[in-house]
Write a protein that binds this ligand. Structure first.
Ligand SMILES: Nc1nc2c(c(=O)[nH]1)N[C@H]1C(S)=C(S)[C@@H](COP(=O)(O)OP(=O)(O)OC[C@H]3O[C@@H](n4cnc5c(=O)[nH]c(N)nc54)[C@H](O)[C@@H]3O)O[C@H]1N2
Ligand SMILES: Nc1nc2c(c(=O)[nH]1)N[C@H]1C(S)=C(S)[C@@H](COP(=O)(O)OP(=O)(O)OC[C@H]3O[C@@H](n4cnc5c(=O)[nH]c(N)nc54)[C@H](O)[C@@H]3O)O[C@H]1N2
Ligand code: SF4
Ligand SMILES: [Mo]
Length: 718
């Protein structure tokens, strides 16, 4: 049997390690780490090694399904699309554009099809009911970046490979492999910091595997990061540790406002609410200031909580005040090969519209997932009657998922682009399954902006797709939603010409003043490529490393990348580029955005508020999210459900290890065996599968759900 080799990025987590696949008759028979991959250099974790099994998962749908009574039956692609077109247009005509909602899940953001075709779909629908996994994850960081730097996608990323000091809040990359800081072998890179004499400190209510790796761990009460961070800022001011050069000070505004805000938030004042002794807080601030270079990093524990935006903001205030923003060894803005430097962005402005039922502000074109059930259940003009889900499982991932699950059953029509039948897609009238990963092209569109090293990679499908590509599926949905005749290719053509016309008109673009039609012909030069590739080619050629359509003959094009660099290209360590990124209205870094200053009052009010007896924090399974249940490597080990609690709390409640405890929140109850452990703070419980998150509890600035620090009652069961 002829065997072939192909390269592609592992789709399982944000690290996106390079894989070398061996294929026989279109089946992946072997997986190795790709030693020539610019990011992962051969690293592969056990999950990644199971790619073949994930690819061949027998539960993957073979073709489209159509609801048939209570169940689903196979149908043809033509029939499936015909039903979708008819139903969607019917609902839009009868009830208006907002009657159709869209939900985009995690995996879409990391692929090619979601970023390239999701936006045209939303535009074609014209709906304001757009939801995504962002509002159960990292939206606060986008709001923070948007207000401070003008661009919500300009998230500063720790320079993991050069920093001397990493201070991590609410991140467990030893298990998660990292998020908004993509780095294959994150644990290895943490070890390397220590090996070169640096320090890693983890602030977390639980002593995680990452905390053990780090060596230094600080217990902190769930949801109190903003207080601790404010106290660290306070110490920097009070002890004259702010290290801004004259140039740096010139580039920002709001310094005095921040100083005023933290003035009384001394380590002593916040110690009770954070649980961190004042002396420890002072030492943290001094160590941060003294380090030759340092990076402060916050992840899920800081974003999916009640003060998500304030905490995300203060993380970067610390980076800025210690002189570590935009500087090697500190935090920097990665440069993506497909993001044109000449494009002028308008400053971030959230709240352009509000949700109908709860009046929650739009952020980055999205409404909070926590209010989707309200919009479906509440009658009236603008009620959501149809839903398109793409690569998401909100019936399981949304806060108060049980309520959304029930709401989905009441929709007039639902279509899901998803390879599986699961909690969410079982409600769909039509399921459109994309091809398996080995039959899908890969280009890193969203994640290079959050990766610790600049790079570019493209892999065409290792085996030709056996059905419409995911790009073609979503493109087709967009065309159907528009109600216009045409194909997904016509849509691509429109996007390409539109981009070219803007590029030739943009001052400073590499194609300024040229003829868009002439440029269009150059794109086709790579051969009869699918238009998705031509769109990527277009983006690369206009990008910072691109050939500028001949301006730089040695520059990048997609054919060059595809044919000469199958492993991808290393574009070097992160470089200072604040000038390219900054696009606030003031032209400066907004150190104390007015919206944030206003929200500090809510924070202050919580300073002396009564604390719940117990709060709940999440704990990730080894398995990534909900769709890997058929891969044994991904579900064993830490997959058993337990309630972790402090031994003192266990004693007080009279529960021994293994005895059932009941954890009750406003929206539900979990019962599981107790796992007393000194690795968790008193007053905190952690459950690895939870159904008690609350859809009414939000970070108001971002609309992000509160998944950490949920007030709960804990008792002995039975
Ligand atoms: N194995 C596995 N890996 C995954 C995933 C998975 O499901 N399984 N999911 C992927 C996804 S979608 C994401 S977004 C990333 C997330 O990546 P991470 O954010 O690194 O992962 P989490 O496990 O959510 O880590 C959050 C940490 O915050 C702590 N924490 C909880 N509340 C607080 C708090 O109030 N303050 C502080 N300081 N800490 C707190 C928790 O104890 C936990 O250790 O992981 C990705 N990787
Ligand atoms: N209680 C609680 N809730 C949480 C979290 C938590 O820690 N605790 N974590 C939150 C976080 S960080 C996130 S990111 C969200 C995740 O929220 P979601 O993205 O909604 O949930 P996932 O379980 O990741 O669902 C992924 C879906 O994508 C499908 N899929 C897999 N591959 C492909 C593909 O190639 N194409 C398409 N179209 N679909 C594909 C899967 O079948 C599955 O239906 O959940 C959030 N919700
Ligand atoms: S770390 Fe993530 S991307 Fe790398 S092999 Fe493991 S699962 Fe795949
Ligand atoms: Mo996530």
């Amino acid at each position: 049997m002829a065997s072939r080799t192909a390269f592609r990025a592992c789709p399982l987590c944000e690290a996106r390690c390079g894989l070398t696949l061996t294929l026989e008759d279109g089946v992946v028979t072997h997986v190795r780490g790709d030693e020539d991959d610019p990011l992962s250099r051969g690293f592969l974790c056990p999950e990644g090694a199971s790619f073949g099994r994930l690819d061949a998962d027998p539960d993957r749908l073979d073709g489209p399904l159509r609801r048939d009574g209570a169940g689903h039956a196979a149908t043809s692609w033509d029939d499936a699309f015909a039903v979708v077109g008819r139903e969607l247009r019917g609902i839009m005509d009868r009830h208006g554009a907002d009657a159709v909602a869209v939900y985009l899940g995690g995996p879409v953001a990391h692929g090619v099809a979601g970023p390239l075709y999701g936006y045209p779909l939303i535009k074609a629908l014209g709906t304001r009911n757009v939801y995504s996994a962002s509002t159960v994850d990292q939206m606060p960081k986008h709001v923070s970046a948007g207000q401070m730097f003008g661009d919500p996608t300009a998230v500063p990323v720790p320079d993991l490979d050069r920093t001397h000091h990493l201070l991590m809040f609410g991140a467990n990359p030893a298990v998660s492999n990292g998020g908004l800081c993509s780095a294959p072998d994150f644990p290895g890179r943490l070890n390397a910091i220590r090996e070169r004499g640096g320090t890693v400190v983890v602030v977390d209510p639980r002593r995680t595997r990452t905390a053990e790796l780090a060596g230094e761990h600080v217990f902190l009460r769930p949801g109190s990061d903003a207080f601790l961070l404010a106290a660290l800022v306070q110490v920097l001011f009070a002890e004259d540790l702010v290290a801004l050069t004259a140039d740096e000070a010139e580039r920002l505004c709001g310094l005095d406002d921040v100083r005023a805000f933290v003035r009384d938030l001394t380590p002593e004042r916040v110690a009770d609410v954070t649980g961190v002794p004042a002396a420890r807080t002072r030492a943290l601030a001094r160590d941060l200031a003294a380090a030759p270079s340092a990076a402060v990093y916050g992840r899920m524990g800081t974003t999916a909580q009640a003060y998500g935006t304030l905490a995300s903001w203060l993380v970067d205030v610390l980076n800025i005040l210690t002189g570590n923003l935009d500087r090697p060894g500190g935090v920097l803005f990665p440069r993506a090969a497909h993001a044109p430097a000449y494009r002028r962005r308008r400053p971030f402005a959230p709240g352009r519209w509000h949700s109908r039922v709860r009046n929650l502000p739009e952020v980055m074109g999205e409404l909070p997932l926590a209010t989707l059930a309200d919009e479906i259940e509440t009658p009236g003009e603008g009620q959501v009657r149809a839903l398109i889900t793409i690569g998401g499982n909100p019936a399981s991932s949304a806060p108060n998922a049980a309520r959304l699950d029930a709401a989905l059953a009441g929709l007039d029509f639902m279509v899901s682009v998803d390879p599986y039948l699961n909690e969410t897609t079982r409600h769909a009238d039509v399921v459109l399954p994309p091809p398996r990963p080995s039959r899908t092209p890969h280009y890193d569109l969203a994640l290079p902006g959050f990766t610790v090293r600049n790079h570019v990679r493209y892999s065409p499908p290792a085996t030709p797709p056996d059905r419409p590509s995911e790009a073609a599926i979503i493109g087709r949905l967009a065309v159907l939603a528009s109600g216009l005749p045409g194909t997904a290719d016509d849509l691509d053509e429109m996007v390409i010409m539109d981009t070219l016309r803007k590029a030739v008109a943009a001052p400073g673009s590499p194609v300024e003043g040229r003829d868009p039609d002439e440029l269009r012909k150059l794109l086709a030069d790579g051969g009869p490529a699918p238009l998705t590739e031509q769109r990527l080619d277009l983006m690369l050629r206009l990008g910072p490393y691109g050939d500028g359509f001949g301006t730089d003959p040695d520059g990048l094009t997609l054919p060059r990348l595809r044919d000469h660099h199958p492993h991808g290209l290393d574009l070097g360590p992160l470089e200072p580029r604040l000038d390219e990124v900054l696009c606030t209205a003031s032209g400066r870094i907004e150190l104390c955005p007015p919206a944030f200053a206003a929200d500090t009052h809510r924070l202050r009010a919580a300073l002396d508020a009564e604390r719940p007896e117990f709060t709940l924090i999440g704990r990730r399974l080894r398995s990534n999210s909900s769709w890997l249940h058929n891969v044994p490597e991904l579900v064993g080990g830490s997959g058993t459900r337990t309630v972790q609690l402090h031994p003192g709390d266990a004693d007080r409640l009279g529960v021994a290890a293994g005895e059932a405890v009941r954890v009750t929140g406003r929206t539900g109850t979990v019962e599981a065996p107790a796992e007393p452990t000194a690795a968790i703070m008193p007053g905190v419980v952690s459950v690895n599968v939870d159904h008690v998150t609350d859809d009414l509890d939000l970070d108001p600035l971002s609309g992000n759900a509160v998944l950490n620090g949920v007030p709960v009652r804990v008792e002995r069961a039975g």
